[in-house]
Design a protein around this ligand. Structure first.
Ligand SMILES: [Zn+2]
Length: 286
């Protein structure tokens, strides 16, 4: 089944008086959404008890969970303290995901600035392998670790780099952020061929199963020459990418991805818009 949902809470969630993430699954169910990406952007601060409760509440409302790991992760750092923290952030995110019954932990691979980018990447890959080995000892319990395609040129996380990281093991799966890919390509995602090329590359590199259940981030993104500048919403129609070409491909290929919307403040509302674009094309096809 295809899943649509927000990354974190929309402004309207709080405006309607909700405070706790435990209320989120019920709120999403009412909106006809079925996925939620729990944000640990500023650190994994959720208690074990809360994670278990959130997992129960989500299971009860048939909401598929994922976790976004802290932004502080930097796999390419050589600084011993930063490496320790990076390892901690990833393993703690994984533990929270296990307790919640989340399917995926999304993370940003780290810094990739300068001429020695390939060296930084290889060092990041070796460090991720170490962390993966440690995670395997604790047991991943079916949770995928998902490096995300980055939106900024000085960050690791080109599509090629993400797919190469995924070669480390079957527990790795790509998180493809089309807003970021659009930004980093200077606005290249305007038609079906650009989207199709990404999907084809995922399938060629990792196989059909990883394409079938791909973890996707989607939101309108403003960019500069350096890449991503700001996430906007579907109300600001001057910012791409448009979801329609991707929705058409999802339907043509019979894919069942998870589409997480990261629009600024309207992530649940825009997830509904993307869902409706998808359902609209489905309806026309019949
Ligand atoms: Zn992200």
């Amino acid at each position: 089944m295809i899943h649509f949902g927000p990354a974190g809470a929309s402004a309207s969630f709080y405006a309607q008086g909700h405070k706790s993430s435990l209320e989120m699954p019920g709120w999403l169910e009412k909106m006809g959404l079925n996925a939620f990406e729990y944000q640990c952007s500023r650190g994994v601060n959720i208690s074990d008890e809360m994670a278990i409760k959130l997992g129960r509440s989500a299971a009860d409302k048939s909401i598929q969970l994922s976790v976004h790991a802290p932004y502080y992760i930097n796999l390419s750092t050589q600084d011993p303290e930063m490496r320790l923290k990076t390892r901690g952030h990833l393993l703690k995110s994984l533990k929270a995901a296990r307790l919640m019954g989340a399917k995926t932990v999304v993370f940003h691979p780290g810094a990739g600035k300068g001429e020695n980018r390939r060296e930084l990447f290889l060092s990041a890959k070796a460090f991720l392998k170490e962390i993966l080995d440690e995670a395997r000892e604790e047991g991943l319990a079916g949770v995928y670790l998902a490096p995300e395609t980055g939106g900024k040129k000085n960050q690791l996380g080109s599509l090629g780099e993400v797919l190469e990281l995924c070669e480390l093991g079957s527990e790795l799966a790509p998180a493809v952020d089309f807003g970021h890919l659009h930004a980093i390509s200077g606005g290249g995602f305007t038609g079906k061929p650009a989207f199709a090329a990404v999907l084809d590359l995922v399938e060629q590199s990792l196989g059909r199963e990883y394409l079938q259940n791909l973890h996707i981030h989607f939101s309108p993104v403003e960019f500069t020459g350096a890449g991503e500048k700001k996430h906007w919403t579907t109300l600001e129609t001057r910012f791409g990418p448009d979801f329609t070409p991707l929705a058409e491909l999802i339907i043509e290929k019979g894919l069942t991805p998870t589409v997480i919307c990261e629009s600024a403040g309207r992530q649940a509302e825009d997830a509904m818009i993307y869902r409706d674009i998808y359902l609209g094309i489905m309806g026309r096809g019949k």
